[in-house]
Design a protein around this ligand. Structure first.
Ligand SMILES: C/C=C/C(=O)SCCNC(=O)CCNC(=O)[C@H](O)C(C)(C)COP(=O)(O)OP(=O)(O)OC[C@H]1O[C@@H](n2cnc3c(N)ncnc32)[C@H](O)[C@@H]1OP(=O)(O)O
Length: 651
């Protein structure tokens, strides 16, 4: 069975995961049967899908009519009937091994012999589930995150006997649903995301139990200094303190006293009204940004990195898969491997070794893979290699936040690739763009385009989660925008979706801007108590009327592409269907145009804009004189006389 053979999908379970997976699958165009054990549960699930689709349509997040999507879904209670024609069955039954095994035993009997049988378990062994079938090679884990419609990640997990063909088809299926799969190549407890996430709460709980920190201090530090979406205790209250407790118990791991106390007192978090915070009489979390002072954040992060190193070293997952998993599955601001490479793997190892020596606790024992990296000098970004390669003298640099390609005709296409954050600009992304522009031989480039991935945004601005812990003296982002603005070749921003804040400033640093009609522009910084800091105030006031520029900056509202075109903020607002063609026409002019003349035109126009007219004219005259002596100029004139297209060589 491969992806082309998958037409009919059956989802077993109509609860929150089951109906979410059904919705995602139907949205991708598949026929889906959603089955549960009682008609009432199935009906509730079906109604929930309709409600969700209506909401998505209302917000303009799906183009398909909800009725069309619902038309692909049928419901069933009878298992035999539900799976009779299935090419892929995704089980989303309650998380109990006995139930899963019963279901998979039935699937072995009733599903077609070549159907892929997937379990959406988040914690149970795929190998054991597969043992209930006659053919474990066709059983695979497909762990969706909650809610499936919103969460982009799916872990595709191998059981001991899962065939590559099965796992690869499941992976391709996830991609076909426009979700992001990562391979978990061994059936380890917690798979990738929960394995790495475990120490986040665990280490914080030990630190509080040992009197080394307070709950508020830990949460404030991890959120406001390190940019995590929630603090470890806040997260634990949300998921249920008993959940982490049972996971530790089952894995035979020691329980931090503070966790034991909470479980004994049945204060399990939000669901019981009290956990580490009070949700009944109090207002929930009580930490303030400054509370994190003095907290040892590396202690938590070093343990997460150690877990990641174990997964890489044991061939469970690649560093890239782990980082993707943690960003998309847990909302981490960046993956632990990438963050550790920047921190320095030697510092991480030192921290673990020191704690191991001081406490003797197994949880600090460094992973062999981490030790090997450090001992072979691969200590991270500064060393040119760590979990990732940074292209020292002998290697090509891997980028993590951008994609790029350079065509034979000299078009350098740069794609901002942080779709889960609407392509928000963080330090890595800006550094990677600058590195790419600095290291790509300019003679090979005739034009550059910038665009965003994910279909929702060019870029929603600077990454707000990265503002955590920034000191006032670290404020400089100007270098990035100036690198783009001063790049010697013409640049064009292809805008499809939100173009806000720093994203708007990146677009304004480009020479040309083409946008789809449903794109939106603005400087929302004022709503954050900021002003545009990447040249936005200055470029806008030079580009627009004083009143319009100030309106954008002072009010922080968004304007649509049509108005942006009318105001002169962009070159063209075009219909979605015409977007690629219009961009291609512009790009064609740029890559076939005379390179030296284009470069000079850009330089004198940019420099002249900030000078008085006579100085600008002087610049223009010098450039004009120089161009008269180029072969390109002779070629242009000859082509005109011969009535043919000129072929400019940049000489
Ligand atoms: C020098 C430059 C300074 C600046 O640029 S300051 C930043 C200026 N930009 C902004 O203030 C825009 C912030 N973003 C938004 O207001 C909203 O987003 C949008 C209106 C653009 C879209 O709203 P919706 O459709 O509801 O999407 P969603 O759930 O808010 O966004 C999807 C995910 O993207 C993350 N995200 C969006 N913008 C940023 C950002 N600028 N920095 C960091 N993350 C961002 C969100 O948090 C969320 O993530 P999750 O799914 O984990 O909740």
């Amino acid at each position: 069975m491969d992806i082309d053979d998958i037409q009919h999908v059956t989802v077993l379970g109509a609860g929150s995961m089951g109906h979410g997976i059904t919705e995602v699958t139907a949205l991708a165009g598949y026929d889906v049967v959603m089955r549960d054990i009682e008609q009432e549960i199935v009906d509730d699930g079906y109604e929930s899908i309709r409600w969700s689709l209506d909401k998505l349509a209302e917000k303009g997040l799906v183009e398909q009519a909800p009725d069309d999507v619902m038309g692909r879904i049928t419901t069933a209670v009878d298992l035999e009937e539900a799976v009779a024609d299935a090419d892929l069955v995704i089980e989303a039954a309650p998380e109990q091994m006995s139930i899963k095994k019963d279901v998979f035993g039935d699937l072995a009997e009733y599903a077609p012999a070549d159907a892929i049988l997937a379990s959406n378990t988040s914690s149970l062994s795929i190998t054991e589930i597969a043992s209930a079938t006659d053919d474990p090679s066709r059983v695979v884990g497909m762990h969706y995150f909650n809610p499936p419609v919103k969460m982009d990640l799916v872990e595709v997990i191998y059981g001991t006997e899962t065939a590559d063909e099965t796992a690869e088809a499941a992976y391709a299926f996830v991609e076909s649903c426009e979700k992001t799969p990562i391979f978990v190549r061994k059936d380890v407890n917690g798979f990738v995301v929960n394995s790495v996430l475990g120490p986040f709460g665990d280490e914080a709980a030990w630190m509080v139990s040992d009197g080394e920190a307070t709950v508020e201090q830990a949460d404030a530090a991890m959120v406001h200094q390190r940019g995590y979406p929630m603090g470890p205790f806040e997260l634990s209250d949300l998921t249920g303190i008993d959940i982490g407790y049972h996971v530790r118990k089952e894995a035979g791991k020691p329980i931090p006293p503070i966790v034991q106390e909470k479980v004994d007192a049945e204060e399990l978090g939000q669901k019981t009204g009290t956990g580490y915070y009070d949700y009944e009489d109090g207002e929930g979390t009580t930490y303030e940004p400054g509370d994190g002072e003095g907290f040892d954040t590396l202690r938590i992060e070093a343990r997460m990195v150690n877990e990641a190193a174990k997964l890489v070293g044991n061939d469970v997952a690649t560093a890239e898969a782990i980082d993707t998993g943690m960003r998309l599955g847990a909302g981490f601001p960046e993956g632990p491997c990438r963050r550790a490479d920047k921190e320095g793997l030697d510092s991480v190892l030192d921290k673990l070794r020191t704690l191991h020596e001081e406490t003797g606790a197994d949880r600090y024992e460094p992973a062999d893979y981490l030790v090997d990296l450090v001992e072979s000098g691969k200590t991270g970004q500064d060393a040119g290699e760590g979990f990732y390669s940074y292209g020292g003298s002998d290697g090509e640099r891997e980028y993590h936040t951008i994609q790029h390609s350079l065509s034979e005709d000299g078009l350098l296409e740069i794609t901002l690739d942080r779709p889960e954050r609407l392509n928000a600009l963080n330090g890595d992304l800006m550094e990677e763009v600058m590195h790419l522009l600095d290291t790509t031989p300019t003679d090979d480039v005739r034009a550059v385009t910038f665009e965003g991935t994910g279909g929702r945004a060019f870029s929603a601005g600077a990454d707000i989660t990265g503002f955590a812990g920034i000191e006032p003296h670290e404020k400089g982002v100007t270098e990035f925008f100036e690198t783009v603005a001063n790049y010697p070749k013409p640049t064009l921003a292809k805008i499809d979706g939100y173009c806000l804040g720093g994203g708007n400033e990146l677009a304004l640093a480009c020479d040309l801007r083409i946008a789809t009609e449903d794109s939106e522009f603005g400087f929302p910084e004022i709503n954050l108590g900021l002003i545009p800091g990447g040249g936005g105030t200055q470029r806008a006031i030079r580009m627009l009327s004083d009143a319009r520029a100030k309106e954008l900056v002072f009010r922080g509202h968004r304007i649509d592409a049509e108005l942006a075109e009318e105001w002169g903020l962009i070159n063209r607002a075009v219909d979605d269907d015409e977007f690629d063609d219009v961009v291609a026409e512009y790009v064609d002019d740029l890559v076939t145009g005379p390179p030296i003349a284009l470069e000079k035109a850009k330089r004198v126009m940019n420099a002249g804009r900030d000078q008085d007219l006579s100085a600008g004219l002087e610049l223009e005259a010098q450039a004009f004189g120089l161009l008269l002596g180029t072969e390109d100029m002779q070629e242009g004139a000859a082509a005109f006389m011969e009535d043919r297209e000129a072929e400019f060589e940049g000489r």
